[in-house]
Design a protein around this ligand. Sequence first.
Ligand code: HPA
Ligand code: ZN
Length: 355
Amino acid sequence: MIPSVIPADFSGVPKLTELASREFLAGLPKAELHMHLDGALSPAMMFALGQRNQVSLPYSSVEEIEAAYQFTNLQSFLDLLYQGASVLKREQDFYDLTRDYFLKCKADNVLHTELSFDPQSHTERGIPFATVINGILRAMDDAKKDWGISSKLVMDFLRHLSADSAMKTLEESLPWKDKIIAVGLDSSELGHPPSKFTEVFARARAEGYRIVAHAGEEGPPSYIWEAIDLLKVERIDHGVRSDEDPKLMEYLRETQIPLTVCPLSNVRLCVFDKMADHNLFALMDAGLRVMINSDDPTYFGGYLNDNYFALADAFPLTREQALLLAHNSFTSSFISDAEKQEFIDQLKNYAKNFH
Ligand code: HPA
Ligand code: ZN
């Protein structure tokens, strides 16, 4: 399974057809473009903050929290995600959560990340928008200062709530609009198509936000078409059900609209029965621009490198394919072309000098 498009940047790189070792994958310079901050809350931090902030949880130990993470579909996970997020109250909590994730970025050689946050999960229970975003932004600044990790912030609307609630959240975000690169759509997909939010996204575009949306994780290809035609997305989060619609596949190949695929998430939420059934490489072979992401790493059993490792365990993942995934992670990001080129140069040097 050799990808049909290998960027010119890698011509002349040795040993492209060799299988990628764990060492090769671990050190690969990479970006992450689909990661929910509330989904990076570790059971240990959840338990400690629950006690500290006097939020009662239905668990009496960290081990009980871990044992509860058995999901049958997206909703069974979201119920626990929102319950867990209720322990976050102070600005420092949002800082600590974000800082914890950046530590993992450092360990996984993630050079750039585009973090999603769901303000409504917090504002709906009385936490001010400013408390949430100021904690996150401070941790983003510190990660840049301390470790040189670059990051952008994406604000997702909860699609199970009303379009009015999303519009109110959009308006609340405007004082921070130069700190938020894009808006997106997450939460319960089935029954909440992108068309429900057409006006909200039109307003977001008018305010200068870039656009992404979860679509085609559990929902049908028609939801992906709506995200493209009505919301005017520049990236699709998940999108793995694209392969059910040949016209959509052709459109995605021609436009190169990226899909931010999340392998461990898809298996844990039963989108695919097992990793070997995942369609990532089929999408890649069809010429779509895909890359891999962790989605909600503390809930789905791994951060970004764990996703690379899980794929390498289930498929004969070559260095060439790994480089293409990492390359796509940079080219699909919302940074400038000059910044993209700097990261791609680092990737090329890595591949040339790896022994
Ligand atoms: N899908 C929808 N909503 C989410 C997800 C997801 O994978 N993760 C966190 N919120
Ligand atoms: Zn997601």
